[in-house]
Design a protein around this ligand. Structure first.
Ligand code: SAJ
Length: 420
């Protein structure tokens, strides 16, 4: 295998294409966006990910990585296009279907097509393979087809693409073996081989497991608020048990994975996936719960001003996709609250961003919604001096209550019912 064509140059496709190029493959990266293609051919990455720009520069500089709008003949085709949700929470497979159809004119006997996008169980076999069969190549004998999901954590993508174990599921054994041959070149983790539906479900249940456990932590937080005890202390103590791993409560679940993947099961197995759907509903209700507490905290103020700390969906990333902070912002604005947002990581967003001082100035309450490391270093004395009322509400157990109380703040914590 010498030539690889990667379709979809986003958070997964571009790092994958770049790593393969540095391993000596001739890689063609294909994307539907002119901007993305031109940016990469100029040696730059269009997504913010540590180390990615340098590796793209090297791969394009050496001529091993090139970007284009259309695929060309290759030995291996990797499809890494988005699989978002439709309005009614079904998997939108249109990008996968479109990408597969662009391959039909360039496929030849012996080629391998790998689907890396996260998809509902059965997609590789029942959606992708039939489209590829229109090439008249016999699937599994003349054209090999497999699913290999990724499980990298944004912010550590390049490291995890190489170090994490991989699960590879082919439409038949020969396809699985052929795909394993490719990943063995650059993956240092273990390669586990199975069938395509098992590989698809393994990926989805990883994120569903997380979503269900986050929902459990959030339900516990709401109950502890009523009990006037601290959920974080409960979780910390319960996790002393060698076989307990309670997750963390929060203002909601964001990102384009955990908030999406569970729906791929629910949409196909609504009767059976009751715990999974209920967990999704609990996590989706958290922004409204947080806003309810903010309105309660500021109830004595006629026209409250609130400073939101964070817009990204989780700490130390710039990604605002599905961010609970965004929903909290719009719910507050709908409730007539003058809301300012400060986020040191987010550069572009539909929501207007303020400086730290402007967000705090004359505010009646500051709410930490994203656990960026920078927020642990905030200066309560300086910021308190800008505020109308020294009140802070921490939804992530990110701040030291003692430090803020010593600076004269009333300190509220998600998952703890009492104020001081
Ligand atoms: N969150 C909580 N409580 C927790 C953990 C997370 O409220 O205890 C929130 C976060 O703040 C965030 C959301 O959930 O809003 C998702 O965060 P995450 O840390 O689960 O991370 P993602 O979505 O960036 O990445 C996940 C990871 N999957 C797992 O950890 C099982 C990553 O390994 C996957 O590769 C990624 O989804 C993916 O691409 O599927």
């Amino acid at each position: 295998m010498k030539d690889v064509c990667v379709l979809g140059l986003g958070y997964i496709g571009l790092p994958t294409a770049s790593i393969l190029a540095t391993q000596g493959f001739d890689v063609l990266g294909v994307d539907v966006s002119d901007f993305v293609v031109n940016k990469i051919n100029s040696g730059n990455a269009h997504v913010e990910e540590p180390g990615l720009n340098a590796i793209v520069q090297g791969a394009t500089g050496s001529g091993k990585l090139r970007a284009a709008l259309e695929p060309e003949p290759a030995d291996v085709f990797i499809i890494a296009v988005p699989t978002p949700l439709t309005e009614d929470k079904e998997a939108d497979l249109s990008h996968v279907e479109k990408a597969a159809r662009t391959l039909l004119p360039v496929l030849k006997k012996g080629d391998l097509v790998i689907l890396e996008s996260t998809v509902p169980p059965g997609t590789t076999e029942d959606v992708l393979a039939p489209i590829l069969a229109e090439s008249k190549l016999r699937i599994g004998e003349e054209l090999f087809v497999a699913h290999c999901p990724e499980r990298v954590l944004p912010g550590r993508i390049l490291k995890e693409l190489i170090e994490n174990d991989r699960v590879i599921g082919g439409v038949n054994r020969a396809s699985t073996e052929k795909a394993a041959e490719l990943y063995r070149v650059f993956v240092e983790g273990e390669i586990f081989m199975t069938n395509s539906a098992t590989a698809e479900m393994a990926k989805i249940i990883e994120n569903t497991y997380r979503d269900v456990n986050i929902a459990l932590a959030n339900e516990l937080a709401i109950i502890c608020e009523k009990l006037k005890i601290n959920a974080w202390e409960v979780i910390d103590l319960a996790n002393k048990h060698p076989r307990v791993n309670l997750h963390s409560p929060g203002p909601g679940v964001g990102g384009h994975c955990i908030s999406v993947d569970p729906w791929f099961i629910v949409s196909r197995f609504r009767e059976e996936a009751r715990l999974i759907e209920t967990s999704r509903r609990i996590n989706e209700s958290m922004p409204r719960h947080i806003v309810g507490r903010i309105l309660e905290i500021t109830r004595a103020v006629e026209h409250p001003k609130v400073a939101l700390l964070g817009l990204a969906y989780k700490g130390n990333v710039d990604d605002t996709r599905e961010s609970p902070a965004q929903e909290i912002h719009s719910l507050l604005v709908e409730s007539g609250v003058d809301t300012r947002v400060y986020d040191p990581h987010v550069k572009h967003s539909e929501v207007a961003l303020s400086s730290l001082e402007d967000a705090f100035k004359d505010s009646d309450c500051a709410v930490l919604v994203t656990d960026h490391d920078e927020f642990k270093e905030l200066n309560p004395t300086h910021l308190g001096g800008l505020m109308n009322a020294k009140v802070i509400f921490d939804t992530r157990d990110c701040l030291d209550p003692g430090v803020w109380r010593n600076a004269g703040f009333t300190f509220y914590l998600h998952g703890e019912g009492k104020a001081d």
